[in-house]
Design a protein around this ligand. Structure first.
Ligand code: SF4
Length: 368
């Protein structure tokens, strides 16, 4: 029987480095993109042969900035995937930056199978966009959402950033209201973290960053507001209208198999974790690095606790043939008294307050 596989394709090019971004990216250059796409298509073909027994049920083109390479290049990549892999009604997502989204032909992308678009908006407040050095306005985002929907793609996600320097509950609320007014189906909301090596790291002392209490307030406010507008939280940072949870992202939290192709793209297949080297040269030379095996009961439990559905006894039993360790339940019961966890029979899940301390709470449940 064929097993399913999620495919992730990484496009490392960006127009300009954002000051908060710690991801590997390279400046956009037309000739570099041409070379990259041809190497990418070679690798897709090789991987298709290597994993010919697998059926791709999700395809995600992320970055970097996939939209910067244009619709023809994106369609070329999708065609080489369809030529190389068996696919079964896949969820096909592309990440789109509002500053390059206007040049895309979404009707053509839809004909090539794209049925989900994820938009990197971050904020709908002009002063925050300026501080983040984003090169788009809220009007660009609005136009983009209309264009995508007009092309018949109704599954639209927006990335929203929480705890931007100087952000208040009021401006966060403004961004939330803006997303809801566009009636998108999915919202991912990440807290800004200042990573070493980024431009923000160099000026962090001059940035007015949220303190712990403010972070907590903003996160809980965001969860409440999104819930009020019909977006159910299904993961620490992800919210969706019913039936629009990201199938691609769920693979990561369920320890299901996925294959990443591109510099620094990670994979988990048959419990083996590996990734392509981080630079373009490493990718071109086919350098693969291996990590410790994945998908262990502990790792599965840790990732499942990121989901609002939590760690479920029935699914755990189905996967590992045993019960959830009883010590997990007894430790979780202690945390339940503090409002951080809910235990219903053989299911453990974190509450919104628990999500705020998710690393510590998960560690207490699994390893106390
Ligand atoms: S566009 Fe995205 S990947 Fe590129 S630098 Fe900005 S945040 Fe990083």
């Amino acid at each position: 029987m064929s097993e399913n596989l999620g495919l992730y394709i990484h496009i490392p090019f960006c127009g300009k480095k954002c000051p908060y971004c710690g991801f590997y990216s390279v400046p956009y250059r037309k000739d570099a993109v041409r070379l990259y796409c041809s190497e990418l298509e070679n690798k897709i073909r090789l991987c298709g042969k290597r994993f010919s027994s697998r059926v791709a049920d999700t395809i995600y083109i992320g970055g970097g900035t996939p939209s910067i390479i244009g619709d023809r290049a994106l369609i070329g990549i999708l065609e080489s995937i369809y030529d190389s892999f068996s696919c079964c009604d896949p969820e096909v997502t592309i990440e789109v930056n509002p500053s390059s989204g206007s040049m895309l032909d979404f009707a053509a992308l839809r004909r090539s199978g794209v049925n989900r678009v994820s938009i990197g908006m971050q904020s709908a407040v002009e002063s925050e966009l300026k501080l983040l050095q984003r090169r788009h306005t809220r009007e660009d985002v609005k136009r983009l959402v209309y264009n995508v929907k007009d092309a018949g793609i109704d599954n639209v996600s927006i990335d929203l950033m929480c705890c931007i320097p100087n952000q208040s509950l009021e401006t966060l609320g403004e961004s939330i209201e803006f997303c809801c007014s566009l009636d998108v189906s999915h919202i991912s909301s990440y807290m800004l973290s200042i990573e070493e090596g980024t431009a923000f790291y160099g000026i962090k002392d001059s940035l007015k960053l949220a303190n712990e209490d403010e972070e907590k307030q903003m996160y809980l406010y965001m969860c409440r507001q999104l819930e009020k507008h019909g977006y159910a939280q299904y993961e620490i940072s992800n919210f969706a209208k019913k039936g629009y949870e990201s199938k691609n992202n769920l693979k990561y939290w369920n320890c299901d198999d996925y294959l990443g192709i591109g510099p620094s793209a990670h994979s988990l297949i048959d419990k083996k974790r590996f990734y392509f080297g981080e630079s373009l040269d490493d990718f071109y030379s086919g350098k693969i690095l291996f990590e410790p095996d994945g998908g262990s009961p502990e790792e599965y439990s840790m990732l499942r606790l990121r989901l609002t559905e939590g760690l479920r006894g029935d699914l755990y039993r189905e996967r590992f043939g045993t019960e959830i360790p009883s010590e997990y339940i007894s430790r979780a019961l202690k945390l339940e008294k503090h409002g951080l966890v809910k235990v219903d029979g053989e299911r453990i899940r974190l509450t919104p307050n628990g999500f705020l301390l998710s690393n510590a709470v998960t560690a207490r449940i699994l390893w106390d």
